[in-house]
Structure formats: C-alpha cells, structure tokens
Design a protein around this ligand. Structure first.
Ligand code: NAD
Ligand code: UDP
Length: 340
C-alpha cells in the first residue's frame, strides 16, 4: 500500500516513514522543508535500505499537490505538515490559520479530486483544553474557548471539519490521533528532533543544556499543586507514536468512518522527574533555575490510552528512561542536528 506522508521530513514524520517502510508500505513524502531538511529522509532510507519518493511541495501549492497525486497515486495520507509553535501562534495567528487551515483544506480537496479518502490526522492533547479531570478520555467535550492558543484552535477546527466531512460522505475514513508529549529519538541516534533556534519544549531544551549549547534549564513554576510543585505531562516515545500511525492505517482499511484515539502512555511525569531522568542518561547533573510559571500551562494532564489499546492493538512500550537515553544518543551524535 502506498502512503503519502505530508510533513514527512519533520520530527514525527521521519520516524513514521521509517516504521512504515519497515512494515512494508511504500512511502511518498510531501514537505516544503520550512522546519526540516531532506537529510532526515536520506537517513531513513539508509536505516531501512528502502527508497522514499520526496516532493518539495507546499500545502498551499494546489497544482504541485495535484502533480504528486497524479504521478504517485497514493492510497492513504498521514497528515503531519503544519506549524506547531504555541507561542509563535499567539503572535502571528494569521500565519497559523493560513498554513494549517488553508493548507489542510487544499489537501482535502486534492484528496477528494483523486478519490483518496483515508486520512490520519496529527491532532494534539491541546484540543482538550481545561477539563474537570486531568485524565483525558476521547469522550470529553472539546470547545475552542477552552483551548489556549491559535495553534491549538487550528487542531480543533481541523478535527471539526473532518467530522463534518465524514458525516456528509461515509466513503471517507479518518483517524484523529491526539498526541500527548512526544520526545525521544530512534535508537540508532541517526534521526531525532532538530529544532531551529532556542527550543520551546522541555526535552529539546534540556538536551541543548546537556551538550553545553545552552546555559541552564528554566523550570517554569515550582508552586503548582503537584507532588514536587512542577507540571505533570504524559511523555511518549516518538517511535511508539510512529508505530501508532501504522496501526491507524490498518484500522482505516477496515473502513470505520471517523475514529479518535489518544496516543500517550497514561503515566504522568513532572518537569523535575524528566530532568532527573535526563541527568541519569547523560551522566551529569544539569544546571537548573526555578523560573516563573509560563502563561497557559496547565498543572497536570495525561492520557487514558485504553481505547487505542482496545481498538488499534497499540500500547506505548518505551519508558521515560529510554526516551531520555535515545534523545541523548541523538543529541550527542548530532550536536548540530542535521546540519554538518
Ligand atoms: P515538525 O515541524 O518537525 O514537522 C512538520 C513538518 O511539516 C516540517 O517538516 C515542515 O517543514 C512541514 N510543513 C509545515 N508547513 C508546511 C506546508 N505548508 N507545506 C508542506 N510542508 C509543511 O513537527 P513535528 O513535531 O514532527 O509535528 C508533526 C505534526 O504533529 C504537526 O502537525 C504538529 O502540530 C503535530 N503535533 C506535534 C506535537 C509535538 O510535540 N511535536 C504534539 C502534538 C501534535
Ligand atoms: N518547561 C519548563 N522549561 C522549559 C520548557 C518547558 O519547565 O524550558 C515545562 C513546561 O512549563 C511544561 C512542561 O515543561 O510544564 C512541558 O512543556 P513542553 O513545552 O515540552 O510541552 P507542553 O506540555 O507545553 O506541550
């Protein structure tokens, strides 16, 4: 089966391409390389011994996408391509709405034109916003007023759009995958997360402190109502997450209509737990400073992943130790990421 992976050169996309190739799928990648480079795909080809057809095309370029669909005839799409920086989305919301919303609408129109109606969409736990319980289940109600950023709202709007499309036309099959906090890297240390500039997320930041590129870690808030006062999240190994996409494709082949799954471990770790685990992985204590809370952060949330286990046969296998060890292997082997 041939799968089109949009955003396939990026962090989660490249790991997913690798798992798809290893599972015997053919892979076509569309990416404008805005936040990635082709080197990630070259490394995936080297690790798997298989080829990827790569198209440097933007989601806003409808003619370019049509050419790809005509030449490659993909049977399903995994849609990662999008902008993802929460803070930036608050400063330039229109850029996020244009890229993520218009880009996705273009993709869906091209899919419809070429009668490709199987889609896995990269959603996020951010769509839950504030809930009464920190243990998020797929049945919880989502509402755009509870979501804390324009980025999060693009995810929710796309989810809602896909629900409407599936309700109107039962020949569409769509999986909305709500990721919790993906971290880690492939165990080879050859592919991983390669943020440009100063990272916003905790683990890439900690990794840059560990290689000496940044001075110290800022712990955003130690006065939350949690056991050690720092925020709790459900961190998930990117390889487990990638495997979840392959399971979702299998599910879509059963033609289930629209399905929604949390992808997380179900376990929460505090900011200090993660730093400690990273210190164990890199074998040294890392400088850290207690800093004020970051606007918009919730004290605690984690997934209830039971539905994905029951319906997809998917369960996260890798723990926090492997997540930190694999990040450290990637970061120390590639101090400048994919750049030479
Ligand atoms: P990433 O930035 O590494 O990958 C996204 C890729 O999409 C990049 O290669 C980028 O160049 C490409 N892209 C962006 N806009 C494009 C456009 N208009 N046309 C073509 N390509 C375009 O990000 P990632 O961490 O791999 O995330 C992948 C997806 O998962 C995103 O949709 C993101 O919102 C979602 N997600 C990520 C996380 C996370 O913590 N990493 C959590 C939840 C959801
Ligand atoms: N965090 C931190 N210092 C950093 C980056 C993040 O203390 O430099 C905290 C952040 O406040 C949150 C947790 O780490 O509680 C995870 O943040 P991240 O940005 O990685 O993911 P989010 O949960 O916001 O999607």
């Amino acid at each position: 089966m041939k799968i089109l992976v949009t955003g396939g050169a990026g962090y989660i996309g490249s790991h997913t391409c690798l798992e798809l190739l290893n599972a015997g799928y053919e892979v076509v990648v569309l990416d404008n390389l805005y936040n990635s480079c082709e080197e990630s795909l070259k490394r995936v080809e080297k690790l798997t011994g298989k080829k990827i057809s790569f198209y440097e095309v933007d989601l806003l370029d409808v003619a370019g996408m049509e050419k790809l669909f005509e030449a490659e005839k993909p049977e399903a799409v995994i849609h990662f391509a999008g902008l993802k920086a929460v803070g930036e989305s608050c400063k330039v919301p229109l850029k996020y709405f244009t890229n993520n919303l218009s880009g996705t609408i273009n993709l869906l129109n091209v899919m419809e034109k070429y009668n490709v109606k199987k889609l896995v969409f990269s959603s996020s736990a951010t769509v839950y916003g504030v809930q009464e319980s920190p243990a998020y289940t797929e049945e919880m109600k989502t509402s755009s007023t509870a979501v804390s950023s324009p980025y999060g709202r693009t995810k929710l709007m796309i989810e809602d759009m896909l629900k409407d499309i599936c309700a109107a036309d039962p020949s569409w099959n769509v999986a909305l995958l709500r990721y919790f906090n993906p971290i880690g890297a492939h165990e080879s240390g050859e592919i991983g997360e390669d943020p440009q500039g100063i990272p916003n997320n905790l683990v890439p930041y900690v990794a840059k402190v560990a290689i000496g590129e940044l001075d110290h870690i800022n712990v955003f808030g130690d006065d939350y109502e949690t056991p050690d006062g720092t925020c709790i999240r459900d961190y998930l190994h990117v390889v487990d997450l990638a495997i979840g996409h392959e399971k979702a494709i299998v599910k879509l082949n059963e033609e289930p209509g629209l399905v929604i799954y949390n992808l997380g471990t179900g376990k929460g770790y505090s900011v200090l737990d993660v730093i400690k685990s990273f210190e164990d992985a890199c074998g040294k204590e890392l400088p850290k400073v207690m800093a004020p809370r970051r606007a918009g952060d919730l004290p605690e949330y984690f997934s209830v992943p039971a539905k994905a286990e029951k319906e997809l046969g998917w369960k996260a296998e890798r723990g926090i130790k492997e997540m930190c060890e694999d990040t450290w292997r990637w970061q120390s082997k590639n101090p400048k990421g994919y750049r030479k």
